[in-house]
Design a protein around this ligand. Sequence first.
Ligand code: IMP
Length: 178
Amino acid sequence: MSTIQVKDKFFKPFISSDEIQKAVCQVADKINKDLAGKNPIFICVLNGAFMFAADLYKNITIDSEITFMRMKSYDGMQTTGKVKAISGLMEDIKDRTVVVVEDIVDTGYTMKNIIEQLKEKGAKEVKIATLLHKPEALKVELDLDYVALNIPNAFIVGYGLDYDELGRNLKDIYVIAE
Ligand code: IMP
């Protein structure tokens, strides 16, 4: 792993694919224990969470379903702060245990908004599974049920996460080189 360029920025190696896989398996084990018998529905937040959702779901052994939805709050490297609505969720989640599968919780505004909208749609309980969390950046009160990895407040790409839609295909996670 060496420094890479994505568009006009340089990024250095940060979290290896092996470390990611270990952390994802730990989250899956915990969910398997906690949510057995609840037939949860996993909702992958596109686009960023698609790799995490795939690896996580391969390690889920309890009866459950998976589906997908969209919600985007990032434009380039800046949070726009725009409130966005859930789109593309076809399943009825009324009275279901829902697990939101997200790539990263940064300020937490997106996740808070998602939780509120899922509750309005009648979810019985909403659990959060996030690959990454930047505790220093959190601006709202949130109970994060499953966090694979906590990271410092720096911009990262790879393993589904993008910089202006690029870099999602990287197997490892890279952090911006200052
Ligand atoms: P929040 O609303 O500030 O928590 O932002 C959540 C969304 O911002 C995530 O789902 C990502 O799409 C995006 N995001 C936040 N931090 C990063 C980052 O470091 N790299 C790439 N995308 C990020």
